[in-house]
Design a protein around this ligand. Structure first.
Ligand code: HXC
Ligand code: NAP
Length: 273
């Protein structure tokens, strides 16, 4: 899918994408680069980051890899300093790093719950807090990637739902506090996005229904199909570009209407709890 935005929209800008080594984060990093931004990729696995960076460089973009765990504030702060030193500025932060799995609340360990909240929510604060001093200089913007589980009660997803709901509240609080510095803070909540690790983890055979039957996950989407990584990227581009200049504190749903109809086939998994 070609972007609806004119190439060069972000020429001269610099971006940091957590979770940029795969899936939706990789797509976002690549689309920012296509629009002319220099892009830094943060994640735990250097090889994944290098692979994406090579792809960006192969089409003439500039990319930097920052292996770090978003749960480690000092490591994130160090990465942000490296990015600012290398690119001379920071205009855009996208927090896409996340962890998730299906687990009934009644058997989920306290550490399992904490791990997801720590990566998703605390990771979002860590990245935002570390980046703020640089974003303030450029009147830049932040986009957090959340999920419809933030607002739709969803069985086997209490950890991820709580983490994403926390991010959406943090998004609004930071948007309010940082508006006076010209820093905008928004979120994008994707629905089911095809070809991603998230879908591989959340749509196992148990939730897919019987062989040969229509896919109940897809049937649950009012628009009748899964979304694409490119469609999430377009929403992010809108928010970080001049087109979104008066938008702050919002969560933009990119879910094909999924959140309008509740948890759908996830409800069938309730008995596993
Ligand atoms: C129950 C689980 C579990 C599972 C891990 N745990 N997997 N519990 N079911 N399937 C528990 C462990 O037993 C442990 O608790 C605790 O979680 C931490 O596990 P670790 O393996 O030590 O953690 P860590 O190495 O930090 O890995 C984090 C992780 C892992 C989240 C558990 O899966 C990961 O790294 N994921 C990153 C990639 C990912 O998840 N991508 C999908 C994002 S998509 P104990 O008590 O045993 O110590 C997404 C979908 C969108 O987010 C919708 C979201 C709302
Ligand atoms: P993914 O490919 O697994 O992306 C998650 C990325 O986060 C990985 O590259 C991972 O790399 C990184 N990460 C995980 N833990 C980290 C940590 N502690 N520190 C730093 N980086 C870490 O999954 P995805 O499906 O594309 O999901 C991307 C984002 O979209 C997530 O925020 C997810 O919640 C959201 N989302 C996805 C869907 C969907 O349908 N897929 C739906 C709604 C929302 P390392 O493991 O190498 O660190």
């Amino acid at each position: 899918m070609a972007s609806a935005f004119l190439p060069g929209l972000l020429a001269g800008r610099a971006a940091l994408v957590t979770g940029g080594g795969s899936g939706i984060g990789e797509g976002i990093a690549s689309s920012l680069a296509v629009q002319g931004a220099k892009v830094a990729l943060l994640g735990r696995t250097r090889e994944k980051l290098e692979r994406v960076a090579e792809k960006i460089r192969a089409v003439g973009g500039e990319a930097l890899v920052c292996p770090a765990d978003v749960r480690d504030y000092d490591a994130v702060d160090k990465a942000v300093h490296e990015v600012a030193a290398r690119f001379g500025r920071l205009d855009i932060l996208v927090h896409g790093a996340a962890g998730n799995f299906l687990a009934p609340a009644a058997s989920l360990s306290a550490n399992g719950f904490r791990a997801v909240v720590d990566i998703d929510l605390c990771g979002s604060f860590n990245a935002s807090r570390a980046a703020f001093a640089w974003l303030e200089k450029t009147r830049g913007s932040i986009v957090n990637i959340t999920a419809t589980q933030a607002t739709v009660p969803t069985p086997l997803q209490c950890h991820a739902g709580a983490a994403k709901a926390g991010i959406e509240k943090l998004t609004r609080d930071l948007a309010l506090e940082w508006a006076r510095f010209g820093v905008r803070v928004n979120a994008v909540a994707p629905g089911p996005i095809e070809g991603t690790e998230g879908m591989r983890r959340l749509a196992p055979p148990g939730i897919k229904g019987a062989e040969g039957a229509p896919d109940p996950m897809k049937a649950r989407v009012p628009l009748g199909r899964f979304g694409t990584i490119e469609e999430v990227c377009e929403a992010v581009l809108f928010l970080v570009s001049p087109a979104g200049a008066f938008v702050t504190g919002t969560t933009l749903l990119v879910d094909g209407g999924t959140s309008l109809v509740g948890a759908g086939p996830f409800l069938d998994l309730m008995s596993q709890g």
